[in-house]
Ligand binder design. Sequence first.
Ligand code: MRU
Length: 362
Amino acid sequence: MKLEGQHHRTLYLRDDGTLRLLDQRALPFRVAWVDTRAPEETAAAIREMVVRGAGAIGAAAAAGAAQAAFCARESAFAEDLAAGVAAIRAARPTARNLFYGVDVVLAAIEAAGPHPAQARAAALDAARWVADDDAASCAAIGEHGSALVQDGASVHTHCNAGWLAFVDWGSALAPIYAAHRDGRRVHVWVDETRPRSQGAKLTAFELGQAGVAHDILPDGASGLWMRQGRSQLVIVGADRIAANGDVANKVGTYLLALAAAAHGVPFYVAAPTSTLDGATPDGDGIPIEERAADEVLFAEGVDADGAPATVRTAAHGSGARNPAFDITPAALVRGIITERGVIPARADAIARVLRPTSAGGA
Ligand code: MRU
């Protein structure tokens, strides 16, 4: 997608294992890039949300696993590889794509045999495959989902599940980009998404870069907006989808789904099949990350001169809790828009499109 008029992906993996990441913490105020060379550095970039969003995390994690092979000493290859991979796995718990990306690279290393040089080459290829596959899957999600976006529609979304959350295109925003490209008039209601404001900062930024009409809404406005008939369709992303179709996504998604159900607004989830978790029976088994209280107690932005600023927005002495995700029950989901088509949020349909964890797999 376009960043200041030029096509970009959110990350690039070089031949020497260096990973270049678009620094999402600086957006929308500044475009900056961060390089990582070791798995521990990539794990820190994931934890600190330099790179965030399920697909981008998955591709970064795959690159981090490849870095673990690059950094491993020949004399202790297996041990060093395992330690680097463990650091990546521990970075964030909820997005299924993180574990998928690591597993794809490990499968390629195992298939390459015992020689470190071959293992490194295979790991690099597999990590690049994960990134390319993510971009291609999101492009296909756009084509399958765009039929849902009628001319003149206002689509409601939460958090950022656009191209910044993936390698390219995005999941929830891909159908919108495809409809916009095809000349349909589309407007997006962008939930602000406190506490980190991924909607206000990232979704609004990338829609603006693409020329798609949009307005930012406070998170609590969705009930009123749906009651007044202002949202015709909801499309959100997913960090993990359990075997029964329950969806983990940014906290606030469940309330949006309840509001949509109460007012008869169709609620869709867009996700590549790499987000599906066939091993977790339902949403209760999905680990929900709890992040630092300071993300709730403070807000980050820029001051009148454009300098980065952090301000306290809560009473002194109050504590806070910060669950980063919630679970939307499958019963509230009209369909899951995948690269294989729109499927029902049901165990049998999900089982049919689950991926084998291997590079080049379906
Ligand atoms: O905590 P984040 O910013 O990594 O949140 C993940 C997300 O981007 C959202 O939950 C998104 O809607 C789904 S991931 C494409």
